[in-house]
Design a protein around this ligand. Structure first.
Ligand SMILES: Nc1ncnc2c1ncn2[C@@H]1O[C@H](COP(=O)(O)OP(=O)(O)OP(=O)(O)O)[C@@H](O)[C@H]1O
Length: 233
């Protein structure tokens, strides 16, 4: 077995009066495309926060290989429509993730921006104010911003929710392409089981107090639904 990118081992996370995870275990192999499914409130966002080191486990651990610092993370949020007045151009918006306190980009950074715009099909409209872009273009700009630093791990946090069908597939086709050509590891939180089935290699179905991890190819959409539904006890 090769070394994973991230190993979640016996993870326990609790808030006052609320044990969200108890003994959660799964590995993310490099280049995996993992769909994380489960009902509202089961802990999907908490798991993302734990992966980012923003919530402290009460038990177990998350191991990063070779180490946490070596893993850059890109994050694509759920689609929310930006105001038409939003002033940054698409290119400036994508560059935000590279600019520290410096107002300018180095040559190497410019190349990174060009690549991110190219792989998300935004080159032609790079000078358009982001607020004037279509919904799909805006979400592609978020994807471009997330990948401009060439992360090893890309987190899609319900990034396709509220997009129409065509835009969902368009966005995930781009992500699949990145996954296949740059071996970027994808952590895809979604309620959309047909999308999970179409794009993911593995699934992690979260239920209160339990989890199921497996290969998507072995599951039908109905079985995925069953795996992520709360059992009637
Ligand atoms: N900071 C916090 N303090 C206390 N409880 C919290 C905190 N954050 C989350 N929770 C609780 O932990 C549980 C898991 O929440 P979380 O947001 O991770 O679920 P989710 O699966 O992402 O839900 P959704 O699909 O609705 O986004 C919920 O019961 C939530 O109320």
């Amino acid at each position: 077995m090769t070394e994973p990118l991230i190993a979640v081992q016996h993870l326990g996370i609790a808030f006052p009066n609320n044990q969200v995870f108890k003994d959660l275990n799964f590995d993310m192999q490099r280049g995996d495309f993992l769909a994380v499914i489960g009902e509202n409130g089961v802990g999907k966002t908490t798991l993302i926060r734990a992966l980012l080191g923003l919530v402290k486990p009460v038990a177990g651990q998350i191991r990063y290989y070779p180490n946490k610092k070596a893993i850059k993370v890109g994050y694509v949020p759920q689609f929310r429509n930006l105001d038409q007045e939003y002033p940054l151009t698409i290119e400036d918006f994508v560059s935000l993730n590279l600019r520290g306190w410096r107002p300018w980009l180095s040559k190497a950074e410019r190349r990174q921006v060009d690549t991110a715009l190219a792989v998300t099909n935004l080159k032609k409209i790079r000078q358009r104010p982001l607020g004037m872009a279509s919904g799909g273009e805006k979400q592609r700009a978020y994807l471009a911003q997330a990948i401009v630093q060439e992360p090893q791990l890309l987190i899609l946090d319900e990034s396709t929710a509220s997009l129409d069908n065509e835009m969902k597939y368009e966005l995930l086709d781009l992500v699949e392409n990145l996954n296949q050509t740059s071996a970027i590891t994808v952590f895809f939180v979604t309620h959309d089981l047909p999308l999970a089935k179409r794009y993911a290699k593995h699934y992690l179905a979260l239920r209160p107090g339990q989890q199921e991890f497996g290969q998507v190819a072995d599951m039908s959409v109905e079985q995925l639904k069953e795996a992520s539904n709360v059992s009637n006890v």
